[in-house]
Design a protein around this ligand. Structure first.
Ligand code: SAM
Length: 262
């Protein structure tokens, strides 16, 4: 590194520019990864890297992807989606007239659209409003477009692939009825967004908080779980864990799936 910027300065400038506080991430892991990225991409130092982020949305998108490895696929973790289809969604459809569902950190839309496809399979798409948010503009743009490469659809059951998508020139286009069911919004889940939000009967917060410091993870879990009414569900990623879930009035049903108890 040639310049006088240290990570503290980089984080400060980045926060001012994007509103994302990198202090929330696990320090060593994040700093090591940024250092590797700077070497790999051939930037001279932190300040020239920051300049590149400021001047190109593409670079910023690449950096967000790199920070959180924003890969996602349809029906990621078959066991969880199977449980959602057979237990969680029938349960809340039975308990509540209309559902509000939130995909927190939705990447390119694979997760909220999977929920839309499952709800349709359960003949209940019309009873739900699905909200999906991410900090990454480019990811949201791709989500709204609904065009996917075949490798992202490998876990989609064949009959759903057939009815849910139209294939054209090697890509799959999600059919309009599913696109209409999901409302995408740019949102930083580390910011105070929660007080203006309505109740969510199901919140998916998967593969998003593993990169954050424990106290930040717990803050996110607390904020999201407060939006869930008794009987609703909170779903996390398979590599994530909630320590003492009863603190958040959550009860583990199976690994990654929690139900709100109060
Ligand atoms: C690994 S992807 C997870 C996608 C999906 N939830 C899944 O499990 O397949 C993580 C996503 O979280 C988003 N993200 C990271 N930090 C965020 C923040 N502070 N606010 C909103 N989204 C964020 C990233 O942009 C990325 O799209």
């Amino acid at each position: 590194m040639k310049d006088t910027w240290d990570f503290k300065r980089f984080k400060k400038e980045f926060n001012q520019y994007t509103g994302l506080d990198l202090e929330c991430y696990k320090d060593k892991q994040m700093e090591r990864r940024i250092g590797q990225l700077i070497d790999r991409e051939g930037y001279d130092d932190l300040s020239s890297f920051f300049k590149a982020l400021k001047t190109s949305d593409d670079n910023l998108h690449k950096f967000y992807s790199y920070l959180t490895i924003n890969t996602s696929v349809f029906y990621r973790d078959t066991k969880i989606y199977d449980y959602l289809q057979k237990e969680v969604l029938p349960d809340i459809l039975n308990k509540f007239d209309r559902l509000s569902i939130w995909s927190v950190g939705c990447s390119h839309g694979e997760e909220p659209y999977t929920i839309a496809l499952i709800l349709d399979d359960l003949k209940s798409l019309g009873r739900a409003k699905i909200y999906a948010s991410d900090i990454d503009d480019r990811a949201l743009e791709m989500a709204r477009e609904g065009r996917y490469a075949p490798n992202l659809l490998e876990k989609v059951p064949p009959q759903i692939l057939k009815s849910g998508f139209t294939e054209k020139n090697g890509h799959y286009y999600l059919n309009q009825r599913y696109k209409q069911a999901v409302s995408f919004q740019k949102q930083n889940f580390l910011s105070p967004i929660y007080k203006n939000m309505s109740k969510m009967h199901l919140a998916l917060c998967r593969n998003v908080f593993i990169y954050f410091k424990v106290e930040i993870q717990e803050w996110i879990i607390e904020q999201v779980s407060e939006l869930i009414p008794k009987g609703g569900y909170f779903i996390i990623g398979c590599a994530e864990f909630i320590n003492k879930p009863e603190r958040f009035k959550l009860e583990r049903q199976i690994p990654s799936v929690y139900q709100k108890t109060g």
